[in-house]
Design a protein around this ligand. Structure first.
Ligand SMILES: Cc1ncc(COP(=O)(O)O)c(C=O)c1O
Length: 467
């Protein structure tokens, strides 16, 4: 039980009090939550969700970058229900399979943006990336390269929260006091030109410097010890950071030179978000391994996947033959109900021609966001397809951020709730990732409601000393 008195939590709803008394919330200041309580969402309809008091919000983040088909797609509910009736569970261990899991694996392989040989299913993006790390280690043991085990990730990359994937994540709070990262994981530069470009440095020159820095890290560690680089096409939770022009081309040349594999973490970008089916296609990546989750089931049920190239599968296969078993897998790997919902999701993406839809809607959202460029609080506006961000700054010309104590992003987010839109503050970077089924007028509504919150923040910012 919480130590707060009834008076301290007066004003909270009944369910809010029960939540405080019972739950540990992810990515939440737990102490603050004891007094602030939750926003309790009870219903969804299209791009909108409704809280327990009946207030409606436009969900401009698709929940957590996942609900691409909106919050009320009946065909996904029906697919789950029918599969529950037919076969609610069957596993994939030890030569067992279920028919829908097979169909989903085939479908993903047919859609893959690079030649992939096999699919391994997980319950989440974190598990997919953890599995990718283990597969890379197993692969190099199969090839009798026991030293080639280090995985390079990037600062501000986000790859999840399990022990290996949190280690890959390049954000300090994911390591701090969790005794992470584990060994054999290191981080190279964050390719954010606006923040880390030097004065006068072109985007192209910045990309060259990023690739040189990666090469130096590989040389310092020893190329025979570096196995893979993991990269999101767009760094999502680290701040919606788009790679600078020529970045992946240059990075991949370095990887090829030292026989270092590329893992594309497509957990946010896959399934149309960037205006192609895969972010990998948008940025000319040629990965050896691809991980995905989230929009794979439009967030309706937990499922993730790891796809591996033919050369990786061949090595895994021969190593398991040698050992007698490939001892990795989750009870719910290839869960039939999650697989059925994912298959229906992929069918809907095709029927809706989701890629064309995103390309049609993208100018509306991207031009709309860029209209805020001249606002005194806006440092950079960035995005592609139906993902974008606005970075708040205290000083436009020096790009100086607000002091963390001002809580600019958190304030804006609170005001956005007030005006009926849910966005996500990543520090002082405001992320937008609306459902792909949004209409033009819903995108307009998202921008209008955001603009009211931005104006409130401008007024409030006058009180912040450093501004
Ligand atoms: C790029 C990326 N990878 C991995 C993950 C982790 O996925 P999950 O939260 O499903 O474990 C996320 C979650 O936001 C993500 O954005």
């Amino acid at each position: 039980m919480t130590s707060l008195t009834i008076n301290e939590i007066a004003g909270l709803s009944e369910s809010g009090r029960r939540d405080i008394a019972s739950s540990i919330h992810p990515y939440t200041n737990l102490r603050l939550h004891e007094t602030q309580g939750p926003l309790v969402i009870t219903k969804g309809d299209g791009v909108f969700v409704t809280d327990e008091d009946g207030k409606s919000y436009l969900e401009a983040m698709s929940g957590l970058w996942c609900v691409s088909l909106g919050f009320s797609q009946p065909r996904l509910a029906e697919a789950a229900y029918q599969q529950m009736l037919k076969l609610p569970f069957y596993h994939t261990f030890a030569h067992k399979a279920n028919d829908v899991g097979i169909e989903l694996a085939e479908k993903l392989l047919a859609m893959a943006p690079a030649p992939m040989s096999k699919v391994f299913f997980t319950n989440s993006g974190s598990e997919a990336n953890d599995s990718a790390v283990k597969l890379v280690w197993y692969y190099n043991n199969a090839l009798d390269r026991p030293k080639k085990k280090k995985i390079i990730s990037r600062l501000k990359g986000y790859h999840g929260v399990t022990v290996a994937s949190a280690s890959l994540t390049g954000l300090a709070n994911n390591h701090r006091d969790f005794d992470l990262p584990i060994t054999n994981i290191m981080h190279t530069d964050c390719p954010h030109w606006y923040r880390y470009g030097q004065p006068g440095e072109t985007e192209d020159a910045f990309a060259t410097r990023m690739a040189d820095s990666l090469e130096q890290l590989i040389l310092k560690e020893g190329p025979d010890t570096v196995a893979a680089l993991i990269a999101e096409p767009i760094q999502g939770a680290g701040g919606v950071i788009l790679p600078p022009a020529t970045y992946f081309e240059k990075i991949q040349a370095v990887l090829a030179k030292y026989d270092v594999m590329l893992i594309a973490d497509e957990v946010i970008c896959a399934f149309g978000r960037t205006g192609n089916m895969w972010g990998t296609e948008t940025y000319g990546m040629q990965p050896d391994i691809i991980t995905c989750a989230k929009a794979l089931s439009s967030g309706y049920l937990p499922i993730g996947a790891v796809m591996v190239s033919p050369k990786i599968y061949a090595a895994l296969s021969s190593q398991s033959a040698k050992i007698g078993v490939f001892s990795h897998g989750f009870t719910y790997s290839g869960h039939p109900v999650c697989s059925a919902v994912a298959l229906e999701t992929l069918k809907l993406y095709e029927e809706l021609d989701v890629v064309s839809r995103v390309r049609e809607l993208a100018p509306k959202m991207q031009d709309g966001l860029r209209n805020f460029s001249d606002h005194p609080l806006v440092g950079e506006v960035r995005g592609i397809g139906l993902i974008g961000a606005i970075e708040l700054v205290a000083n436009k010309s020096t790009r100086a951020p607000f002091p963390a104590s001002a809580g600019a992003g958190a304030f804006l987010s609170k005001q956005a709730h007030h005006h009926g839109v849910i966005i996500r503050p990543l520090g002082d970077i405001i992320a937008f990732c609306p459902p792909l089924i949004a209409t033009e007028s819903e995108i307009d509504m998202m921008l209008e409601r955001f603009s009211l919150a931005l104006e409130d923040t401008l007024q409030e910012s006058k009180k912040w000393a450093e501004y």
